[in-house]
Design a protein around this ligand. Structure first.
Ligand code: GDP
Length: 300
């Protein structure tokens, strides 16, 4: 039986994470700033909990991506929350036209003092060297493409760097080091797994759609009941998530032989529409409420 709760052993190998950690840590000396992407709909669950530790040598910008799909007021709450923690945070839709400029400006702001010091020493300011990190599917490639839109070339080594590193030179003020190994989210907490699954942050082939849809339906009934009513033209929402799934299936013609609702099909339809932002903009977690998870001390 495929279940969210059974995912953790598949993706979170201590050895695997230790390797990713090494790869990220090694890159710190080559860059000026870390751009960490997360998903605005679930800003804490969509982060790899070890990134802070891996990148603490360098200033960081936390980018709440896919903000076009998130609840705007809640995104603002998150930005204030991170700022109160001393973390520079911005919200973007990395596919939008403003995203690249917003990120370049944030990088410039965070590098301002250092650049002024360099200027005083008579050193010509160089392009800002950045590393983009984030869990799979959070939007790294999309953002890289936006930043590199007027890309000049992919260059090889920089002087003084011995290991072969790919730099993506952009016409903007920010050059990008190619992204390191895969930084999985960590979802020992089933809540975190469900949130990621609901928003498309976990590969579908290891998901039980129905289980995730039921989680989503109970969340929507509480947080966004009107969005459910509007989308599926329901006057009353059934109280039980499974009955609600049947209501949706019926409305959408997800039927099987004998006049029964094909709840598997209904679940897939519902998930697709949630992920595509077709119900409403949604945020699954609020600042301060997210349970912090212990980071395995077994990782060297
Ligand atoms: P990566 O695995 O981190 O490189 O993620 P991708 O750049 O491949 O993006 C994963 C999916 O999210 C793609 O289907 C993108 O089109 C989509 N995506 C990325 N950024 C945004 C965004 O800001 N808003 C929305 N709605 N979708 C996005």
């Amino acid at each position: 039986e495929k279940q969210v709760s059974s995912l953790n052993p598949i993706q979170w190998y201590p050895g695997h994470m230790a390797k990713a950690k090494r790869q990220v840590t090694e890159k710190m000396s080559m860059i000026d700033v870390v751009i960490e992407l997360t998903d605005a709909r679930l800003p804490e669950s969509a982060r790899n909990p070890m990134v802070d530790e891996m990148t603490r040598q360098r200033p960081k910008i936390l980018v709440l991506n896919k903000s076009d799909l998130a609840d705007q007021a809640k995104t603002q709450q998150w930005i204030h929350y991170y700022e109160s923690q001393g973390i520079a945070a911005i919200a973007v839709d990395s596919r939008g036209p403003q995203s690249a400029q917003k990120i370049v400006s944030a990088c410039q702001a965070i590098m301002k003092e250092k650049r002024e010091r360099q200027l005083k020493k008579g050193r010509r300011p160089q392009s800002i060297r950045a590393l983009i990190v984030g869990i799979p599917n959070v939007g790294k490639s999309t953002l890289i493409n936006m930043l590199a839109r007027k890309k000049v070339a992919k260059t090889g080594n920089r002087p003084g760097i011995t290991t072969a590193q790919q730099w993506i030179k952009t016409k903007s003020d920010v050059d990008l080091l190619d992204t390191p190994g895969i930084l999985w989210p960590k979802f020992e907490d089933p809540e975190v797994g469900y949130r990621l699954a609901l928003t498309g942050g976990i590969k579908d082939d290891i998901l039980d759609f129905q289980e995730v849809a039921l989680y989503g339906l109970s969340f929507f009934s509480q947080a966004y009941p009107d969005a459910l009513k509007d989308r599926y033209k329901l006057d009353e929402l059934a109280e039980e998530p499974f009955a609600l799934l049947e209501q949706i299936g019926e409305k959408r013609g997800c039927m099987q032989k004998g006049g029964f609702v094909d709840t598997e099909k209904a679940a897939e339809l519902f998930l697709r529409e949630v992920r595509g932002g077709q119900l409403c903009r949604l945020t699954l977690e609020a600042p301060g409420l997210h349970k912090q998870e212990p980071i395995a001390d077994t990782l060297g």
